[in-house]
Design a protein around this ligand. Structure first.
Ligand SMILES: Cc1ncc(COP(=O)(O)O)c(C=O)c1O
Length: 413
């Protein structure tokens, strides 16, 4: 049996230090590439307490925009929700207050070391005028994982969902009731300690702002074309691509601009020499193709191996597909697949369709992928903007989001 080599300092270590070192070495030997939330969470103090909520309403209510004039993320509601945290007390009383600027010292750690994570989720108004959140437990779980990874505090998910429900009810007039419209919610957490020292923030601010939004494709579905990107990498094993950190997004803008300059709307992020297909822009990626050997129809997406964001839409699409496509003879797979495999399927007429999946667009059909100087056609005819599965998914998802298909995913506020 191989004996672990002890670090040199071990000769001076006490017996208990040495056994701890050995334990650490053994854990490293079977390490998996992801830090568990418990590893970073420090908050054993006060949790978020919705019963302490203080509401200060605006005295200057803003004008409502005409739904058809809404541009994603430009208009905001009258109020914001804030909860401060510090390492001595834990979470302080939550506030709903008029939407306003933050005032932060230039030395605040968020500006220097990117202590920032966020979520993206939506509130919908149903036919009866009730406000519904879509799977908020999933967003809260992911928010906690992101926060923990960058040494920001975690919180009780149900407490923040209760507060979000209060907040969206107060902003109800901003939620258009037409199908396709919703209130986009942006939960955000930042480290607020005033220090240039590199270390865990001793204070943090969790805030939520809200923006009324319209359908992603106001004139109906439009299929997008992608550039397979191999010269820049969005995420890597052991990195933080599976967390929703602001620091993951800015570096993707230049490659996106490059792709757009060549006529492609988004990047299809490839990884490694094998050119594994990972995600598209800021969406998870699905491809429907027939198996080369068996001819079996398969809906495939990359597995959650630490380089893929755990999309709420991804999870919902997989679940709906398992419920409704499997009985129709489909196989649903979370597995690694390469750009070569997609190209081969296209060449052999086995590529049925491809789409991105995310909260903003729900599903986004893909027409073609530029790869190694050629255009891989993703199965749409020239006059088509979406494949059948993509369209079905959109309908199934919306039915649950707007409460037409009453389901536990829909949380009535
Ligand atoms: C990198 C990335 N992948 C996937 C998604 C889709 O996630 P969700 O379905 O939770 O919106 C997003 C959107 O937030 C994203 O930023």
């Amino acid at each position: 049996m191989m004996r672990p080599i002890l670090p040199r300092c071990a000769s001076k270590a006490t017996a208990s230090q040495a056994s701890r070192l050995l334990l650490g070495l053994r854990q490293n030997a079977r390490r998996s590439y992801s830090i568990k939330p418990e590893a970073a969470s420090t908050s054993q103090l006060l949790d978020i307490d919705p019963s302490k909520l203080i509401v200060e309403k605006t005295t200057k209510p803003g004008k409502l925009h005409k739904p058809e004039e809404l541009v994603f993320g430009r208009a905001f509601t009258d109020h914001m929700l804030t909860v401060e945290w510090n390492k001595d007390n834990g979470w302080l009383a939550p506030h709903i207050k008029p939407y306003q600027n933050l005032s932060l010292d230039p030395a605040t750690c968020v500006f220097h070391y990117a202590f920032e994570c966020f979520e993206g989720m939506k509130a919908y108004k149903d036919k009866a005028g009730k406000i519904r959140l879509f799977r908020p437990d999933k967003n809260m779980a992911r928010f906690n994982k992101s926060a923990a990874r960058i040494a920001l505090p975690t919180f009780a998910p149900t407490a923040l969902i209760d507060l979000i429900a209060e907040y969206v009810k107060l902003e109800s007039r901003f939620i258009p009731d037409q199908r396709g419209y919703s209130l986009y919610l942006r939960p955000t957490m930042i480290g607020t300690q005033r220090t240039l020292g590199v270390g865990p923030p001793g204070s943090a601010l969790l805030y939520i702002i809200a923006s009324p939004v319209g359908p992603y494709y106001p004139t109906g579905f439009k299929a997008v074309s992608l550039e397979a990107t191999d010269y820049a990498v969005r995420a890597w094993p052991g990195g933080v691509g599976d967390k929703k950190l602001g620091a993951n997004y800015a570096p993707c803008i230049v490659p996106q601009r490059e792709a757009m300059s060549r006529g492609f709307q988004q990047n299809l992020w490839l990884f490694g020499e094998e050119e594994y297909v990972t995600e598209v822009g800021t969406m998870n990626f699905f491809v429907a193709m027939k198996n080369k050997q068996t001819g079996q129809k398969e809906l495939v997406t990359a597995p959650l191996d630490g380089t893929i964001l755990e999309g709420v839409t991804r999870d919902s699409v997989l679940s709906l597909a398992r419920e409704r496509l499997v009985p129709e003879g489909w196989k649903i797979e979370e597995r690694k697949f390469t750009m070569q495999e997609v190209n081969e399927a296209a060449n052999e007429g086995r590529l049925i369709e491809a789409f991105g999946a995310g909260t903003a667009a729900i599903v986004s059909p893909v027409r073609a992928i530029s790869w190694k100087g050629k255009l891989v056609n993703c199965g749409l005819k020239d006059h088509e903007e979406s494949g059948e599965i993509t369209l079905k998914m959109k309908g199934w998802m919306e039915a649950r989001q707007y409460g037409d298909d009453e389901h536990e995913w829909s949380y009535v506020c």
